[in-house]
Design a protein around this ligand. Sequence first.
Ligand code: ADP
Ligand code: ASP
Ligand code: MG
Length: 404
Amino acid sequence: MRIVQKFGGTSVGSVERIQATAKIVKAEIDNGNEVAVVVSAMSGQTNYLLGLANDMNDCPPAREVDALVATGEQVTAALLAIALNKLGVSAYSMSGAQAGFKTAGKHAKARIKSVQGEHLIQRMQQGSVPVVTGFQGVDEQGNVTTLGRGGSDTSAVALAIAVKADSCDIYTDVDGIYTTDPRIEPKARKLDSISYEEMLEFASLGAKVLQTRSVELGMRYNMPIHLRSSFDLVQGTRVTREDKGMERAEISGVAYNRDEAKVTIKGIPDQPGIAAAVFGPVAEADINVDVIVQNISEDGLTDLTFTVPRNDYQATMDVLNALCIKMGAKKVKGDNQVAKVSIIGVGMRSHSGVAKKMFDVLAKESINIQMITTSEIKVTVVFEEKYVDVAVRALHEAFDLAQA
Ligand code: ADP
Ligand code: ASP
Ligand code: MG
């Protein structure tokens, strides 16, 4: 088998953890497999480096921030290669640029355009282990770029696709994907497998256990992802194609995201083109809009409410305040203490009343829902952030997720 193994921050968080990780890699080589490795920075290191940049300058140039944070992964790649060589395994570290990760798009949000796998395959066939820095690549101008927080997952899946691996094994500090974040609900149950589609919803709705883009890539190229623990080498959770034959529970899990803010532009003239007029400038400011609600118009005026990442709250308010004047709207309102909780599951396609049950559970906890959005396999609600823990636990219980 050819395997790409990815080790997250806690799996390379200390000298001891790097040594333990080297043993996990060696075991796969000893089993006769070809292995390439992708590493994250030591846990806490990316935040530490970002803090240094901000101490230096409130508004550090994005190119330099990328150059700085990319060093976190370079340290762990080299240390792991050193540890592997000590165990008698031929290994060599490579930066994203050396491994052939070409990117496009903005600094800190770059997208992988291509990865050159051939030279790595050759080395792997000779029994050598490339240890590649996750989270980074190089753009057309030769600048070092990074892929957004949690981006090493995406590096790993992209590398697995480029070297035509049989599996992408993502090692972390939990032994699988759970019905909800085990940090909030200790009764959460580990899933043996989950479909790409459900995992995509889980990840994009806030379960940061895998970066959303890694799941998108896995789904597009049908790359099996095995999420497992580097602390306890038990079977983890397999992310694969949906098994259509199986009976499904109403829902598979609960996700949450505290990183939300809500903005409203009130009293805008209700005419064709207003949504485009509002969301155009928001998109130009590189702000991702999520849940959108437009109210029924009264006296020819309407309100538009939508959510954005909390980090973009002020920038969104600035754009809307400028638009408010330009479009003759009445006012702009905002709230950056909201959160989003979602129930997810392909079982929703065949069970009715799932959304109503969710609303009943939240009503019983006296949680006032501010916005609702649904798709075929999820229901998302937005409410005050302080209720997240209560809501996650109550939903987990009501939908019997702790049961096997
Ligand atoms: P790494 O540094 O290895 O990439 P992350 O911190 O990014 O690890 O992701 C692992 C964490 O994801 C876990 O410690 C867990 O708290 C969190 N998490 C959130 N939702 C879930 C879930 N549904 N199942 C498992 N872990 C989850
Ligand atoms: N080190 C980066 C981060 O902390 C990338 C990663 O760990 O996936 O976001
Ligand atoms: Mg991660």
